[in-house]
Design a binder for this molecule. Structure first.
Ligand code: SAM
Ligand code: SF4
Length: 439
């Protein structure tokens, strides 16, 4: 590859977004130049998601657009979860692809690039037996103020619907020393917000003799001088211990927000999903947050139409929404995935019924959000300024409780406020965001 230009498109979760930042950093360090369109690039990479069938189909439709480019000097690579899941079958489905690599193999990225440069037509990185995490000195972060840090990779749970244990491999935690060094380094370079990432951050276990658990790591990252906000995602309710709430209560640098995916309000469905907690056990965690000294925003993930979900199970999920009063949620129709236990379960729900349940759920949640956001009117909230909406003449801010708060600032006079922390009075609200004025 002469000019060594590359293009990368990322699908899916924050873990994938952060993996792409590491891939980009590694490629830049190898002398590649990033270009904004696939047409301009010699190396075209798709970092893929296979959590639901729709996500998986996207990458094949992208590849389809470039079928005629085969043999014309463009090299195509499929990275991430679809790569891990489909493996060499991708070469059959899209013969112009030359690289197929799952996230557990990115430590070998440099070596794989050399093979591609030497004209190797079929390079794979599909091993899952790595003990390593993808730690690279070359991460190229997209945001100059907020940085992701991976603390744990893979997942050892076996939720009946989920491909992640197959696509990201077993759990591997980073040492606390390496996480702390990265956090201090980021603070030194001017980052003020850190987001700790993992499929299940709560089961973090420091592999070094220090032996920190997640609550200890969270507390220590929040103590790093210069860091003003710490967030974390995702939590598994079974491993979400009281010590995590205690760490949050002890230090307001840890944001007022917990994402605690419940999936269903029915203990029967939770058991069939193999989620390892009942509704009551989940509600105990919610109680810790509701009775805490500061108010926490709670958000969740819900799957509707899991095999065997009855009308009464679904009604229990709707009832859970009333009980918890989430500030936001991600909701999905169940999508059958390869290798998962749920594939063998009887009683599939027809798609139109899944769609109906999804709409009912979303409508209910929308009403809850309209009411909860309206309660914020008059409050003064601190925002980190993340952007500017030129058309509306508003700055885009994010609150500690993870709400978007768009605001006007009469005195900014064209100066960028991005990256600053400001106090904003909330004046209006909608279902998904707030509007206010800087004070
Ligand atoms: N590790 C996290 C957890 O345990 O909650 C999240 C993993 S996944 C990337 C994010 C969400 O996708 C899940 O919480 C679940 O709601 C949804 N999801 C996963 N597999 C799914 C499937 N087969 N069909 C529909 N939604 C799914
Ligand atoms: Fe998937 Fe369950 Fe692991 Fe989350 S905890 S990644 S839903 S298997």
């Amino acid at each position: 590859m002469s000019g060594k230009t590359f293009y990368i498109e990322t699908f899916g979760c924050q873990m994938n977004a952060h993996d792409s930042e590491k891939v980009v950093g590694t490629l830049l360090a190898e002398g590649y130049e990033q270009v904004p369109t696939p047409e301009q690039a010699e190396l075209v990479l798709y970092n893929t998601c296979s959590i639901r069938d729709k996500a998986e189909q996207k990458v094949f439709s992208r590849l389809q657009n470039f079928k005629r480019e085969a043999g014309k000097g463009k090299v195509f690579g499929v990275l991430g979860c679809v790569a891990q899941q489909e493996g060499e079958k991708i070469f059959d489905r899209a013969p112009h692809v030359s690289l197929v690599a799952g996230s557990a193999s990115y430590t070998r990225l440099g070596e794989m690039l050399v093979q591609l440069e030497n004209g190797n037509r079929r390079v794979t990185g599909l091993s899952l037996d790595t003990e390593e995490t993808f730690d690279t000195p070359f991460t190229r972060r997209d945001n100059p103020h907020r940085a992701y840090i991976t603390i744990i990779e893979g997942c050892d749970k076996s939720c009946a619907y989920c491909v992640v244990p197959f696509t990201r491999g077993p759990e591997r935690s980073r040492t606390s020393a390496s996480v702390m060094a990265e956090a201090r380094g980021l603070a030194g370079r001017g980052y003020t917000e850190i987001q700790l990432l993992g499929q299940n951050v709560n089961s973090y276990r420091d592999p070094s003799p220090a032996g920190w658990d997640f609550a200890t790591l969270l507390a220590n990252v929040a103590e790093v001088p210069g860091i003003r906000r710490v967030r974390y995602t995702t939590s598994h309710p079974r491993d979400f211990g009281k010590s995590i709430v205690d760490a949050m209560e002890a230090n307001p640098v840890i944001c007022d927000h917990v994402h605690l995916p419940v999936q269903s309000g029915s203990s029967r469905v939770l058991a069939s999903m193999d989620r390892l907690y009942t509704r009551d056990e989940y509600m105990r965690r919610i109680e810790w947050l509701k009775t805490a000294r500061r108010p926490y925003s709670i958000t969740t993930d819900i799957i509707v139409g899991f095999p065997g979900e009855t009308e009464s199970d679904f009604a229990q999920t709707l009832d859970l929404l009333d009980e918890v009063q989430y500030d936001s949620l991600f909701s999905f129709k169940y999508s059958p995935r390869p290798n998962t236990a749920a594939l063998a379960m009887q009683d599939p729900i027809p798609d139109d019924e899944k769609q109906r349940r999804l709409s009912v759920l979303q409508e209910k949640q929308r009403a809850i959000q309209i009411r909860r956001n309206a309660e914020m009117i008059g409050a003064i909230k601190e925002v980190l300024v993340e952007g500017r909406n030129q058309a509306l003449g508003q700055w885009i801010g994010r609150t500690s409780d993870n709400r978007t708060l768009n605001f006007t600032h009469p005195a900014s006079n064209g100066h960028s406020l991005i990256g600053q922390y400001l106090s904003v009075r909330v004046t209006r609200s909608g279902p998904n965001s707030l509007v206010g004025e800087a004070i």
